[in-house]
Design a binder for this molecule. Structure first.
Ligand SMILES: [Zn+2]
Length: 360
């Protein structure tokens, strides 16, 4: 009888059909250990390590990673931040999650990567990796023969994206961006996957959601980290909070509590998620790049609701002679506005979110 019971249990764990609404047990769940890079966590434990980005045409470096292998099986969720190493609130949020989530309370596995772009963090360089001047959220799925950003992206694709079931990529206003918090929901056209990622975004709790329906569909040209997971069939999303330098507690809390909300929705933690009931769905982003260098002066704050033609800001030369008024090309919400006077050609002055007339 005992033998039979054990055999029946093994059959259920390894091959039995999952009940509706429960996580589908996979071979991964049978793992007593979970390894990412140099970090190997026993079931119910936490491990620290690094992803090794090997040297190539330029230097290699280490990306820090923590693996929380839950006491019980469940989904594998990766939460990544610091692709832009001066978006500090998102980096501190993932740091906090490393200690806040207890493996004993966890069903599934949590992979936490607080700082992808270590060179940017160390050198206070916004937007890019100063080693090769590339954004670390534009070169996925990466290239083992490319420059440092290409190689790091390749390592992350292999070590983080491929083993996970879901991924959340956290960002925020960079050193020059005064940003209001929001999430992105990527629409792939696969209704089942889109419903799953939509529910994850709503459970995260930010009340403004940008609908991304123009992201690449080719997994070999995925560009963005979230898109690398999404094009591999893994419901995922991006969220942003925090702005232009200071680590504001409310911004960090929004990202920490959002992550916990999505984990509750995924049944990785007990408790019920509190999804946003009526989010503002943003169907389009209108970006205004500078067409010359100068001094930028903002006339409105982040989150301002502006009419078409409203004055957003103005540009002067260094001797304060007016060069240009910056006007809203469409009515919408200021998702972020330039936080500093420094302005060179091509810099983004403002991103305006155009609100969808219907709920999604
Ligand atoms: Zn970013």
């Amino acid at each position: 009888m005992k033998t039979f019971t054990i055999a029946a249990l093994v059959g259920l764990v390894l091959g039995g059909p999952a009940e509706a609404g429960r996580h589908v047990l996979t071979a991964q769940d049978a793992r007593q250990t979970f390894t990412v890079g140099t970090a190997t966590a026993q079931r119910g434990q936490k491990a620290y390590g690094v992803l090794k980005v090997p040297a190539g045409s330029d230097a290699g470096y280490d990306i820090p990673v923590a693996v929380l292998h839950g006491a019980r099986p469940g989904p594998v969720l990766a939460i990544v931040s610091g692709a832009h190493g001066t978006e500090y609130a998102s980096i501190v949020a993932v740091q906090q999650l490393i200690d806040l989530v207890k493996p004993a309370d966890l069903s599934g596995t949590l992979i936490l990567v607080p700082l992808v772009n270590v060179p940017s963090f160390e050198k206070l360089t916004p937007h890019v990796n100063p080693t090769d001047n590339k954004s670390m959220n534009r070169y996925y799925p990466g290239d083992p023969k490319g420059t440092q950003t290409d190689r790091a992206s390749y390592v992350i694709t292999k070590a983080i994206v491929e083993p996970c079931d879901h991924l959340i990529d956290l960002h925020g206003g960079d050193l020059d961006e005064n940003l209001r918090p929001y999430s992105y929901w990527t629409v792939t056209g696969n209704q089942k996957q889109d419903a799953a990622s939509r529910a994850m975004v709503l459970a995260f709790g930010l009340d403004h959601i940008i609908i991304s329906d123009d992201r690449p569909k080719d997994p070999n040209a995925s560009r963005y980290l979230e898109n690398t997971a999404t094009t591999r069939g893994k419901p995922s999303f991006t969220a942003e909070a925090g702005r232009s330098g200071p680590v504001v507690a409310a911004d960090v809390a929004a990202l920490v509590n959002g992550s916990l909300g999505t984990m509750r929705h995924l049944k990785m933690l007990t408790g019920t998620a509190s999804p946003v009931a009526k989010p503002v769905w943003v169907e389009k982003i209108v970006s205004i790049p500078a067409d010359r260098e100068g001094v930028f002066h903002a006339s409105v704050d982040r989150d301002a609701h502006v009419a078409k033609g409203a004055k957003i800001g103005f540009v002067t030369d260094y001797l304060n002679r007016p060069l240009q008024d910056v006007l809203a090309p469409e009515a919408g919400i200021v998702m972020f506005i330039r936080a500093v006077p420094s302005l060179k050609k091509g810099d983004t002055m403002v991103n305006i979110g155009v609100v969808s007339p219907q709920a999604r």
